[in-house]
Design a protein around this ligand. Structure first.
Ligand code: SF4
Ligand code: SF4
Length: 236
Protein backbone atom coordinates (compact mmCIF):
# COMPACT_ATOMS: atom_id res chain seq x y z
CA UNK A 1 0.00 0.00 0.00
CA UNK A 2 1.36 3.47 -0.86
CA UNK A 3 1.91 5.88 1.98
CA UNK A 4 0.04 9.19 1.58
CA UNK A 5 2.36 12.11 0.83
CA UNK A 6 2.15 15.02 3.28
CA UNK A 7 0.71 18.20 1.77
CA UNK A 8 2.06 21.77 1.99
CA UNK A 9 1.44 23.17 5.46
CA UNK A 10 1.03 19.76 7.00
CA UNK A 11 2.66 19.25 10.39
CA UNK A 12 5.12 16.42 10.90
CA UNK A 13 6.82 15.06 13.97
CA UNK A 14 10.45 14.01 13.95
CA UNK A 15 9.44 10.40 13.34
CA UNK A 16 6.97 11.33 10.60
CA UNK A 17 7.99 10.37 7.07
CA UNK A 18 7.90 12.40 3.89
CA UNK A 19 8.91 11.76 0.29
CA UNK A 20 11.63 14.00 -1.01
CA UNK A 21 14.72 13.85 -3.19
CA UNK A 22 16.34 16.85 -4.85
CA UNK A 23 18.51 16.51 -7.92
CA UNK A 24 19.76 18.63 -10.81
CA UNK A 25 17.57 16.93 -13.43
CA UNK A 26 14.37 18.29 -11.90
CA UNK A 27 12.72 21.21 -13.77
CA UNK A 28 12.61 23.20 -10.53
CA UNK A 29 16.36 22.86 -9.92
CA UNK A 30 17.62 26.03 -8.11
CA UNK A 31 14.20 27.72 -8.34
CA UNK A 32 14.01 27.54 -4.55
CA UNK A 33 17.14 29.75 -4.44
CA UNK A 34 15.28 32.70 -5.90
CA UNK A 35 13.05 35.35 -4.34
CA UNK A 36 13.18 33.76 -0.91
CA UNK A 37 13.39 35.21 2.61
CA UNK A 38 16.37 33.70 4.38
CA UNK A 39 17.06 35.00 7.88
CA UNK A 40 20.63 34.33 8.93
CA UNK A 41 21.80 33.30 12.38
CA UNK A 42 25.24 34.25 13.78
CA UNK A 43 26.40 30.70 13.06
CA UNK A 44 25.08 30.86 9.47
CA UNK A 45 27.24 33.93 8.94
CA UNK A 46 30.30 32.30 10.45
CA UNK A 47 29.93 29.33 8.09
CA UNK A 48 29.22 31.44 5.01
CA UNK A 49 32.26 33.63 5.69
CA UNK A 50 34.34 30.47 5.94
CA UNK A 51 32.96 29.28 2.59
CA UNK A 52 33.98 32.65 1.13
CA UNK A 53 37.60 32.18 2.17
CA UNK A 54 37.36 33.83 5.59
CA UNK A 55 35.70 37.04 4.47
CA UNK A 56 35.57 39.72 7.17
CA UNK A 57 32.28 40.05 9.01
CA UNK A 58 31.66 43.73 8.23
CA UNK A 59 32.32 43.12 4.53
CA UNK A 60 30.02 40.11 4.50
CA UNK A 61 27.21 41.98 6.25
CA UNK A 62 27.52 44.95 3.89
CA UNK A 63 27.71 42.93 0.69
CA UNK A 64 25.39 40.02 1.27
CA UNK A 65 22.81 41.08 3.80
CA UNK A 66 20.18 43.55 4.70
CA UNK A 67 20.50 44.05 8.45
CA UNK A 68 18.81 46.26 10.99
CA UNK A 69 17.47 46.35 14.52
CA UNK A 70 13.79 45.46 14.53
CA UNK A 71 11.37 48.26 15.30
CA UNK A 72 10.10 48.10 18.89
CA UNK A 73 12.13 45.04 20.01
CA UNK A 74 15.55 46.22 18.70
CA UNK A 75 16.48 42.59 18.07
CA UNK A 76 18.97 42.28 15.18
CA UNK A 77 17.49 41.02 11.93
CA UNK A 78 19.91 39.81 9.28
CA UNK A 79 18.51 38.72 5.94
CA UNK A 80 20.36 37.30 2.94
CA UNK A 81 20.11 39.79 0.07
CA UNK A 82 18.81 38.46 -3.22
CA UNK A 83 20.11 40.01 -6.45
CA UNK A 84 18.04 43.12 -7.12
CA UNK A 85 17.51 42.34 -10.82
CA UNK A 86 17.17 38.56 -10.94
CA UNK A 87 16.02 38.02 -7.33
CA UNK A 88 18.42 35.09 -7.21
CA UNK A 89 20.52 34.18 -4.20
CA UNK A 90 24.08 35.53 -4.63
CA UNK A 91 25.45 32.02 -4.13
CA UNK A 92 23.39 30.09 -6.66
CA UNK A 93 25.01 28.91 -9.89
CA UNK A 94 23.84 26.82 -12.84
CA UNK A 95 25.22 23.81 -11.00
CA UNK A 96 23.52 24.57 -7.71
CA UNK A 97 24.64 26.14 -4.46
CA UNK A 98 28.25 27.37 -4.52
CA UNK A 99 28.43 27.35 -0.70
CA UNK A 100 26.65 24.02 -0.31
CA UNK A 101 28.81 22.63 2.52
CA UNK A 102 28.25 25.82 4.52
CA UNK A 103 24.75 26.72 3.35
CA UNK A 104 22.48 28.38 5.91
CA UNK A 105 20.23 26.53 8.29
CA UNK A 106 17.06 27.55 6.42
CA UNK A 107 18.46 26.08 3.18
CA UNK A 108 19.28 22.81 4.94
CA UNK A 109 15.74 22.61 6.29
CA UNK A 110 13.96 23.25 2.98
CA UNK A 111 11.31 22.04 2.13
CA UNK A 112 10.69 21.76 5.88
CA UNK A 113 10.57 24.47 8.50
CA UNK A 114 10.27 24.47 12.26
CA UNK A 115 6.75 24.56 13.67
CA UNK A 116 5.68 25.27 17.25
CA UNK A 117 5.83 22.42 19.74
CA UNK A 118 9.02 20.87 18.34
CA UNK A 119 7.25 19.84 15.15
CA UNK A 120 7.98 20.55 11.51
CA UNK A 121 5.93 21.75 8.61
CA UNK A 122 6.23 21.37 4.84
CA UNK A 123 6.67 24.89 3.45
CA UNK A 124 6.61 23.98 -0.24
CA UNK A 125 4.02 22.24 -2.37
CA UNK A 126 4.55 19.58 -5.04
CA UNK A 127 3.76 22.06 -7.82
CA UNK A 128 6.77 24.15 -6.85
CA UNK A 129 9.16 21.58 -5.38
CA UNK A 130 9.15 18.57 -7.67
CA UNK A 131 11.45 16.70 -5.32
CA UNK A 132 8.36 16.05 -3.22
CA UNK A 133 7.07 13.83 -6.03
CA UNK A 134 10.20 11.65 -6.06
CA UNK A 135 9.93 8.08 -4.72
CA UNK A 136 12.57 8.29 -1.93
CA UNK A 137 11.27 8.74 1.59
CA UNK A 138 12.77 9.19 5.04
CA UNK A 139 11.74 10.18 8.53
CA UNK A 140 12.07 13.89 9.25
CA UNK A 141 14.67 13.22 11.95
CA UNK A 142 16.83 11.09 9.72
CA UNK A 143 16.63 13.50 6.85
CA UNK A 144 17.57 16.49 9.03
CA UNK A 145 20.51 14.55 10.39
CA UNK A 146 21.72 13.99 6.84
CA UNK A 147 21.44 17.74 6.22
CA UNK A 148 23.75 18.52 9.15
CA UNK A 149 21.09 20.58 10.86
CA UNK A 150 22.10 19.50 14.39
CA UNK A 151 25.16 21.74 14.65
CA UNK A 152 23.15 24.76 13.54
CA UNK A 153 20.42 24.02 16.06
CA UNK A 154 22.97 23.69 18.88
CA UNK A 155 24.66 26.99 18.07
CA UNK A 156 21.30 28.74 17.76
CA UNK A 157 20.31 27.40 21.17
CA UNK A 158 23.52 28.88 22.60
CA UNK A 159 22.78 32.20 20.90
CA UNK A 160 19.24 32.34 22.21
CA UNK A 161 20.56 31.61 25.70
CA UNK A 162 22.46 34.93 25.75
CA UNK A 163 19.17 36.81 25.94
CA UNK A 164 17.99 37.04 29.56
CA UNK A 165 14.61 35.43 30.28
CA UNK A 166 12.94 38.79 30.80
CA UNK A 167 13.35 39.62 27.09
CA UNK A 168 11.80 36.36 25.89
CA UNK A 169 9.94 35.78 23.73
CA UNK A 170 10.84 38.87 21.72
CA UNK A 171 10.17 41.50 24.40
CA UNK A 172 11.46 45.00 23.61
CA UNK A 173 15.03 45.87 24.58
CA UNK A 174 16.74 49.20 24.14
CA UNK A 175 18.82 50.02 21.07
CA UNK A 176 22.11 49.75 22.97
CA UNK A 177 21.37 46.15 23.92
CA UNK A 178 20.33 45.41 20.34
CA UNK A 179 23.74 46.65 19.20
CA UNK A 180 25.50 44.49 21.77
CA UNK A 181 23.54 41.49 20.47
CA UNK A 182 24.56 42.39 16.92
CA UNK A 183 28.20 41.68 17.86
CA UNK A 184 27.34 37.98 17.44
CA UNK A 185 26.84 38.71 13.73
CA UNK A 186 29.73 41.17 13.38
CA UNK A 187 32.24 38.87 15.01
CA UNK A 188 35.39 40.69 13.84
CA UNK A 189 34.21 43.75 15.74
CA UNK A 190 33.94 41.63 18.87
CA UNK A 191 37.38 40.11 18.18
CA UNK A 192 38.94 43.59 18.20
CA UNK A 193 37.90 43.98 21.84
CA UNK A 194 40.31 41.14 22.62
CA UNK A 195 43.25 43.38 21.62
CA UNK A 196 42.81 45.18 24.94
CA UNK A 197 44.55 43.30 27.80
CA UNK A 198 42.21 44.94 30.34
CA UNK A 199 39.24 43.50 28.49
CA UNK A 200 40.80 40.01 28.53
CA UNK A 201 41.64 40.27 32.17
CA UNK A 202 38.12 41.44 33.06
CA UNK A 203 36.49 38.57 31.16
CA UNK A 204 39.03 35.91 32.20
CA UNK A 205 40.33 35.36 28.69
CA UNK A 206 43.76 33.80 29.11
CA UNK A 207 46.48 33.27 26.51
CA UNK A 208 45.35 29.71 25.77
CA UNK A 209 41.84 30.95 25.04
CA UNK A 210 43.18 33.78 22.90
CA UNK A 211 45.20 31.31 20.85
CA UNK A 212 42.13 29.08 20.41
CA UNK A 213 39.78 31.81 19.26
CA UNK A 214 42.32 33.05 16.77
CA UNK A 215 42.02 29.84 14.78
CA UNK A 216 38.59 28.54 15.77
CA UNK A 217 35.63 30.66 14.70
CA UNK A 218 33.16 28.62 16.75
CA UNK A 219 35.17 29.22 19.92
CA UNK A 220 35.26 32.93 19.10
CA UNK A 221 31.49 32.92 18.60
CA UNK A 222 31.01 31.16 21.94
CA UNK A 223 33.23 33.73 23.64
CA UNK A 224 31.16 36.50 22.03
CA UNK A 225 28.01 34.83 23.38
CA UNK A 226 29.55 34.82 26.87
CA UNK A 227 30.47 38.51 26.61
CA UNK A 228 27.05 39.51 25.26
CA UNK A 229 25.29 37.60 28.02
CA UNK A 230 27.47 39.32 30.66
CA UNK A 231 26.75 42.72 29.11
CA UNK A 232 23.05 42.10 29.02
CA UNK A 233 22.99 41.05 32.63
CA UNK A 234 25.09 44.01 33.64
CA UNK A 235 23.06 46.56 31.73
CA UNK A 236 19.78 45.14 33.04
S1 SF4 B 1 12.44 23.23 -5.49
FE1 SF4 B 1 12.71 21.35 -4.27
S2 SF4 B 1 13.32 19.73 -5.69
FE2 SF4 B 1 13.48 21.68 -6.77
S3 SF4 B 1 15.62 22.24 -6.51
FE3 SF4 B 1 14.53 23.19 -4.82
S4 SF4 B 1 14.61 21.71 -3.12
FE4 SF4 B 1 15.18 20.64 -5.01
S1 SF4 C 1 22.68 29.66 0.07
FE1 SF4 C 1 22.72 28.04 -1.45
S2 SF4 C 1 20.98 26.71 -0.97
FE2 SF4 C 1 20.66 28.66 0.08
S3 SF4 C 1 19.42 29.90 -1.30
FE3 SF4 C 1 21.55 30.41 -1.71
S4 SF4 C 1 22.18 29.03 -3.36
FE4 SF4 C 1 20.28 28.23 -2.50
Amino acid sequence: MHQARPAEGERLTESGTFHFACNDSLPCFTQCCRDVNIYLSPYDILRLRKALGGMDSAGFLARYTQNFLAKVTNIPVVQLLMDRQTLRCPFVTERGCSVYLDRPWACRMFPLDLAPGGEYTLIAGKERCKGLLEPGSASVGRWLEGQGVGRYAEMEKEYLAVVPERFKPGAAMNEGLGRVLFLAYDLDRFARLLDDPRFCSFYDVDDAMLARVETDGEELLRLAFRYIRAQMEELY
